[in-house]
Write a protein that binds this ligand. Structure first.
Ligand SMILES: C[S@@+](CC[C@H](N)C(=O)[O-])C[C@H]1O[C@@H](n2cnc3c(N)ncnc32)[C@H](O)[C@@H]1O
Length: 272
């Protein structure tokens, strides 16, 4: 699968664990025994950080006992956030390095009992139909050439009435590269929100919400940058997204500011 191959090559750097653990130790933490909140600055691989994860959780109704599918779970930041709310979470991701690190961090946070991390493409998870109450996908679509295939699989996995939150960067693919998810336009699959809505509908969903979150994200990015300038920390300065992190973040920020790219939250329901 072209999109999966691209994702693996972009995200696997081989040193994510080593760099994260070094930053944790430099912050006086013991990587083997952690409070999930201690990771918040470095385990949410999407714009808007934990505030955005919280908004997704609220919008899809995550609470005690909710069975949640996390599509493209990364190193597990959103999954641990959902589990802290009492959910039972299954994450799927194609980057083996991330899946291994996510499992290790779940164990360090004593959350391995409520989170399962699977190495699997979101298009074909092999999980049982109707086994989730809610699903979340945070900043994954930019790597998916065939979004409808993923949305069709999520629709199969949700129970009737189940809710799917898609929090992605939407807009045009004609952008300044490199970006956090791609070195060049040929490996990037940014699409407009109208196009997402069409893919979701074609997969069988009813789309109930479509919100532009640019203002909140720009505010949060400015605050974070100011705090880091004022008092730099090992975790605040950490960027696990590989080579040229400054250029990637600068290009992303420019695209947000020009309106070429917007973090948007779409909520979709599998009809009863
Ligand atoms: C920007 S990261 C976001 C990680 C996580 N959702 C978060 O917000 O912290 C994108 C993730 O999507 C995963 N991914 C990309 N294509 C995928 C696919 N086809 N199936 C499953 N995971 C995929 C990547 O491996 C990567 O971990």
């Amino acid at each position: 699968m072209r999109d999966t191959d691209q994702s693996i090559s972009r995200y696997a750097t081989g040193d994510a664990r080593e760099r994260l653990f070094a930053a944790l130790r430099a912050s006086g933490l013991v990587p083997e025994v952690l409070q999930p909140d201690a990771l918040a600055e470095s385990d949410q691989f999407h714009s808007g950080g934990t505030a955005a994860t919280g908004d997704v959780a609220r919008a899809v109704g995550i609470g005690l006992g909710t069975r949640v599918l996390d599509v493209g779970s990364g190193i597990g930041g959103p999954a641990r956030f959902f589990a802290q709310l009492g959910a039972v979470v299954t994450g799927v991701d194609v980057t083996e390095e991330y899946v291994r690190l996510a499992r290790e961090l779940n164990a360090a946070c004593a959350m391995a009992g409520s989170i399962t991390m699977l190495l699997a493409p979101a298009q074909d998870t092999k999980l049982p139909a109707g086994s989730f109450d809610a699903a979340a996908m945070l900043h994954v679509g930019m790597n998916l050439a065939d979004k409808q295939a993923v949305f069709t699989e999520v629709h199969r996995l949700l129970r009737p009435g189940g809710v799917f939150g898609v929090y992605d960067l939407m807009g045009t693919n004609t952008l300044g590269y490199p970006l956090p998810w791609a070195d060049a336009a040929s490996a990037s699959y940014v699409e407009s929100d109208e196009s997402y809505v069409n893919h979701l509908r074609a997969a069988g969903f009813i789309v109930t919400e479509n919100t532009d979150r640019s203002a909140a994200v720009l505010k949060q990015m400015a605050e974070e940058a100011a705090a880091e300038r004022l008092s730099p920390t090992p975790l605040g300065g950490l960027n696990l997204l590989g080579s040229d992190p400054e250029a990637r973040v600068a290009n992303e920020l420019a695209a947000f500011k020009s309106g070429a790219l917007a973090p948007r939250l779409l909520i979709a329901v599998r009809p009863v």
